[in-house]
Structure formats: structure tokens, C-alpha cells
Design a binder for this molecule. Structure first.
Ligand code: NAD
Length: 261
């Protein structure tokens, strides 16, 4: 018997087999959850279709979170097939590549700021508004993905650090609003993992090397490890946890100073 037997899970953010959302999808499916995947656009559709087949997803549905009509249509389609929703995974972020390279002050623009915050943070609020109606009366769980750049300055992470700080604050505000309906929401702050989104951050390879050298566990983390924590957070076992940001980063966030050679 799995931790999530029969639970209905909507996951956003699967783009490739390296996506963190894909690690989460596999853990949720392994624990018995029923899966629907939402994909960003036509360009990703065939790739997501193949992955959907691997995890026996019941549907794949399009949703660009910059488009309110697509968000509405996503939940309309979902409701036609599922009477209720138990789990929502938000694994979406974007900032223009030019803003993720060099000094924050030199590379920030109004457009870049707005885009990063809209896609990486507001989208959680928009999805939560729709998901809430389908989760009422159950024991719903929502989950989003953050990074240490929300709390500390990480070279080149720049505007995305601001967007993640906003996302983590949103988790706390949403936890209060959703708690009355018995719905929980948490974030996983994952260590660096090589994915499509991560490839947009200048010097990403160095981040991986640095964590491997300095983290308490002396290694990086995998999408499977993030997936397993996600399964726990979405399960009954975490029924008293909400509004938290859980670090899944080999303990890297603890450090105030790197190791001496
Ligand atoms: P990824 O590129 O595999 O996933 C990013 C996803 O965001 C993609 O599926 C993409 O389609 C989706 N997306 C972007 N704009 C969208 C839009 N307008 N509408 C709908 N979907 C959109 O990369 P990932 O690293 O798996 O990123 C997933 C989450 O994990 C992000 O929030 C990211 O910030 C976070 N995260 C990543 C790392 C890392 O090192 N990779 C570390 C901590 C947190």
C-alpha cells in the first residue's frame, strides 16, 4: 500500500526527464497517486506525452500560467474528469536569461522583474485559487519549489532570488488562507540540480561543484530525493505541517562559511 493511494494529483512543471517535477511525479505515482500533468505549451507536448505514458498519467493538459483563460480551462477540464483534487504541485519558474548573469543592479529591468515575479510567484496564487475549490472538504496539499537564493545572495541568481523570496512569503500567507479549509501548502527549497531552467543561470556548474565540496553531506541532491520529500509532504504523514520551507539540499543552507581546503 502506498502513502498516496488513490489521491488525485495535478502536477505542473514537467518539461524533461530532468525536471524536478518529473522526480516528484514518479515518487507520487509510486506511492499510488493518480496523475494529471499540465504542460506549458505545444513545444513541450510530445515530450510530456511520452513521460505521461511512463507514469500512467490519466491526462495531460496545456497551461501557460501567464494566461488566465488557460488556467481556467485547465481546472474546467480537470473537473470534468475528477470530482476532487488532493494534490497540487507548482514547479514553475522563469526569468529572462540576461538577468541571471552578472551584478543584480546592472542587469535588472522592470520587465524582467515583472515577468520573473508573475511566472515564478503569482502563478502559485492563481493556481491555488482554482485548486482550493476542488480541494475543499478533503485533506488537500499544495507544494511549490524554492531555492536558497530567496534567503541569501547567490551570484547570478539576481531577480530570481527576489521572486523566490516572494514565493516563500506567498506560501505563508496562503497557508493561513487555506488552513480553514483543511488545505496545507509547503515549499521545498532544493539544492542545485541540472535542469533546463537551471541552465539559464550563469555559472551553474560552479554552484554544483561548490555544494559538493562544502555541503555537510558532501554531495548534490537528485530529483528522486526531492520527489520523495514531496511525497511525504503531500501525504497524511505530514498532516500537521503547513507554511513551511523544507530544505532538501544536503544541509548546504546551514553554512556560514565554506570549508578550509
Ligand atoms: P525545468 O526547466 O525542468 O522546469 C521549469 C518548468 O517551468 C518547465 O516545465 C517550464 O515549462 C515551466 N514554465 C516556465 N514558464 C511557464 C509558464 N509561463 N507557464 C507554465 N509553465 C511554465 O527546471 P526545474 O529546475 O525542474 O524547475 C522547477 C522548479 O524548481 C522551479 O521553480 C525552479 O526555480 C525550482 N528549483 C530549481 C532548482 C535547480 O537547481 N534546478 C533548485 C531549486 C529550485
Amino acid at each position: 500500500m502506498g502513502m498516496l493511494d488513490g489521491r488525485c494529483a495535478l502536477l505542473t512543471g514537467v518539461a524533461t526527464k530532468h525536471s524536478i517535477a518529473w522526480g516528484i511525479t514518479r515518487s507520487l505515482a509510486r506511492e499510488g497517486a493518480r496523475i494529471v500533468l499540465a504542460y506549458q505549451n505545444e513545444k513541450l507536448k510530445s515530450r510530456v506525452e511520452k513521460l505521461a505514458a511512463e507514469c500512467n498519467a490519466e491526462m495531460i493538459l496545456p497551461c501557460d500560467v501567464q494566461n488566465d483563460a488557460e488556467i481556467e480551462e485547465l481546472f474546467r477540464s480537470l473537473k470534468q474528469n475528477w470530482p476532487k483534487l488532493d494534490i497540487l504541485v507548482h514547479s514553475i519558474a522563469y526569468a529572462p536569461r540576461e538577468e541571471l548573469n552578472g551584478e543584480f543592479l546592472d542587469h535588472s529591468t522592470r520587465d524582467g522583474f515583472n515577468t520573473a515575479h508573475e511566472i515564478s510567484c503569482y502563478s502559485l496564487v492563481a493556481l491555488a485559487q482554482h485548486a482550493r475549490a476542488m480541494m475543499k472538504g478533503g485533506e488537500g496539499a499544495m507544494l511549490t519549489l524554492s531555492y536558497l537564493g530567496a534567503e541569501r545572495v547567490v551570484p547570478n541568481y539576481n531577480v530570481m532570488g527576489l521572486a523566490k523570496a516572494s514565493l516563500e512569503a506567498a506560501v505563508r500567507y496562503l497557508a493561513v488562507g487555506l488552513g480553514k479549509d483543511g488545505i496545507r501548502i509547503n515549499a521545498i527549497s532544493a539544492g542545485p540540480i541540472k535542469t533546463l531552467a537551471a541552465s539559464g543561470i550563469a555559472g551553474f556548474r560552479e554552484m554544483l561543484d561548490y555544494v559538493e565540496k562544502n555541503a555537510p553531506l558532501c554531495r548534490n541532491v537528485s530529483i528522486e530525493e526531492v520527489g520523495d520529500v514531496a511525497a511525504f509532504l503531500c501525504s497524511e504523514m505530514a498532516r500537521a505541517i503547513t507554511g513551511e520551507v523544507i530544505h532538501v539540499d544536503s544541509g548546504y543552507h546551514l553554512l556560514g562559511m565554506h570549508r578550509t581546503p
